[in-house]
Design a protein around this ligand. Structure first.
Ligand code: GMT
Length: 372
């Protein structure tokens, strides 16, 4: 098949998932054309049947806001026509689904019917998409898609709850390449971060408000009172300095390392003992799944789709949003006992393998085939 993939090229979960999907499809022999405004971060090696088309957004003094959606729709038309694409798969509704609708209509006038598949990822529905400035366009363009998928049952339910959707939404869960994440820890790396064998807690996100990173720091401070530990913050974003300030206030800053945005997550996750995800909402929590694939148990909230991947008492524990005391107790109960920690690590890895790339990518292929 000749497939167009549209996504955000950044470190966010939707872009990561879309890029990994494209790479997996290409490895299976499909021709995959990425259409984005920048090279996607996970598209970092040469794959013969992957093509990359950058969306250029020319500026003009009149434009306070350069019209990205128009440029994207025009690029879609160009790429679909010149590469005779069979379908277009857009990730994250805003503005990808509406740009795809526009491209589809333009191509229809020229006699080509391009099927559009929209995958909903989370904040495009639960946060940004619901805002009344976007909602009518989001509702319309989702309904105009030939197929709609959501990354968790929770997101599917939320979509029906908040938008007047007239079509079926298929749940195709996010996936992880288990073989990539199940590797041996690099000892030297671990020694630099935890020279005295301290336990390593890790949080990875875009540090937006919804992630409640201050709760991560508070949990770490509680854990630190009882055992030697280090906290690794991966990623960057608006709440990073809040986390740093709080760490200083709680006297644990020296044991916190901010390592910024990282591409080689598999090397970092494998040295961690516990992954913390304190979000107010997560449609799925791909970062937690990647941690589990690396054999790292997860302490998370029970928000959104998190309970679909983090199984309470098996792969980690879940708590009410903001219940720092409970999450700290849960973290300590895992970290304090080597035997318990080992069992949680094993179960996390086993559970993650249910979401292995080889189980999920065929579901997308099956969906695509319906339109060919
Ligand atoms: O979490 C973010 O803010 C990034 C966002 C994105 O769209 O890039 O992530 C969403 O999509 C991921 C991949 O499907 C999910 O694993 C995340 O849970 C979801 N984030 C939220 O729902 C907040």
């Amino acid at each position: 098949m000749r497939i167009g993939i549209v996504c955000y090229p950044t470190f966010g979960g939707s872009g990561v998932l879309a890029t990994e999907l494209g790479k997996a499809l290409a490895q299976k022999g499909h021709m995959v054309h990425f259409i984005t405004y920048q090279q996607p971060v996970r598209l970092n090696s040469f794959v013969p049947n992957i093509f990359y088309h950058e969306v250029q957004v020319p500026t003009y003094p009149l434009f306070d806001y350069p019209p990205y959606e128009t440029a994207l729709a025009s690029t879609m038309v160009d790429v679909i026509k010149n590469n005779d694409l069979d379908l277009l798969h857009v990730h994250y509704a805003i503005p990808h689904a509406s740009a795809a609708y526009m491209a589809k209509q333009i191509l229809k006038k020229e006699g080509k019917d391009i099927p559009v598949i929209t995958t909903l990822h989370g904040t495009d529905i639960t946060l940004v998409g619901r805002d009344k400035t976007y909602a009518p366009v989001v509702t319309f363009s989702i309904n105009e898609s030939d197929a709609i998928t959501a990354v968790s049952e929770n997101l599917r339910d939320e979509t029906f709850k908040h938008f007047a959707i007239t079509k079926e939404i298929e749940v195709i869960v996010n996936f992880v390449d288990v073989s990539r994440f199940s590797r041996k820890p690099i000892d030297a790396f671990k020694k630099v971060l935890a020279p005295n064998g301290e336990k390593i807690l890790l949080h990875a996100s875009n540090f937006r408000k919804i992630k409640r990173v201050q709760d991560v720091v508070k949990i770490f401070a509680e854990v630190r009172k009882e055992l030697p530990a280090k906290l690794l913050f991966v990623g960057d974003g608006p709440e990073r300095s809040t986390a740093e300030d709080l760490g200083r206030e709680l006297g644990v800053c020296d044991d916190i390392r901010f390592v910024g945005k990282q591409e080689q997550m598999e090397d970092i996750l494998v040295i961690a003992d516990l992954f913390l995800l304190t979000s107010e909402y997560e449609s799925f929590g791909l970062a937690a799944l990647e941690a589990m694939a690396a054999g790292v148990p997860v302490i998370s909230t029970n928000a959104g789709g998190l309970t679909e991947i983090n199984i309470h008492g098996e792969t980690g524990y879940v708590s009410e949003v903001g219940d720092v005391a409970n999450m700290s107790r849960q973290a300590l109960s895992i970290l304090k006992d080597e035997k318990v920690l080992k069992e949680f690590k094993e179960r996390a890895a086993i559970h993650a393998s249910r979401f292995d790339i080889h189980n999920v990518v065929p579901l997308y292929e099956k969906l695509y085939e319906k339109f060919l």
